[in-house]
Design a protein around this ligand. Structure first.
Ligand SMILES: Cc1cc2nc3c(=O)[nH]c(=O)nc-3n(C[C@H](O)[C@H](O)[C@H](O)COP(=O)(O)O)c2cc1C
Length: 203
């Protein structure tokens, strides 16, 4: 199989990371891959502009802590919602949470880098394509990644929004966590993701 197909096939959401930092040039190469994604044009100051996204790379442990503290209450609400409908999964998840060291990072999985992809609210397809390029590039460089939709729940926190410089009409895509995988952890709440056969209709 060619290398690109192999990398695409090998990408899995990783949820356990070594604390080792990622060299800056590696992060820049990954972001450059994101920037190579196709995008829908938009009129800006009289001309058509592409690449509607920008990237905020978070490495600072204090800022990460703030992100975790802002987001975990939302996560807890979601888990509480499982109590009645999926009691076993709820128990397992809570047991895992209680056994975690502080900060109980159930959102970003202790990853050393969090990349916020920020773009206009109506550019979801373009920004999602940039996100996928980032994750494929990360896999190709031996890094794990995960698209953490939950991480976008920081939207209600003014301090965080100011730090990310999110303006009216913009939103967070991702964020995507990056880091060296701790182990082959690609499960979510104990569910192993097996690929279904693709549904294809030929015409
Ligand atoms: C829009 C979106 C939101 C996601 N949010 C989360 C999340 O908050 N936390 C998480 O651990 N994984 C999240 N994921 C990752 C999915 O759970 C994962 O892609 C899926 O289980 C398939 O597994 P794979 O990526 O290993 O193939 C998200 C993925 C997408 C596309």
């Amino acid at each position: 199989m060619n290398e690109v197909l192999e990398v695409i096939k090998n990408r899995r959401s990783i949820r356990s990371y070594k604390p080792d930092p990622i060299p800056k040039d590696v992060i820049n190469s990954i972001i450059e891959a994101g920037n190579q994604a196709p995008s829908r044009g938009r009129m800006e100051e009289g001309s058509v502009q592409f690449q509607p996204w920008r990237f905020v790379v978070v490495e600072d442990p204090e800022f990460k802590l703030k992100l975790i503290q802002t987001t975990v209450p939302f996560w807890k609400q979601m888990i509480e919602g499982m109590k009645e409908s999926q009691p076993e999964m709820y128990e397992d998840t809570m047991m895992n949470y209680e056994s975690m060291d502080e900060p109980k990072d159930v959102i970003y999985y202790g990853a050393p880098v969090i990349v916020f992809v920020i773009g206009p609210t109506d550019y979801a397809v373009s920004c999602a394509l940039a996100c996928e390029n980032i994750m494929i590039a990360a896999t190709s460089l031996g890094l794990g990644s995960c698209y953490v939709g939950f991480g976008a729940l920081v939207t209600g926190n003014t301090n965080v929004m100011e730090a990310l410089e999110i303006k009216e009409g913009e939103r967070i895509y991702g964020p995507i966590v990056l880091g060296y995988p701790e182990n082959d952890s690609s499960t979510m709440y104990g569910i192993q993701q097996n690929r279904k056969e693709p549904k294809i209709k030929w015409i």
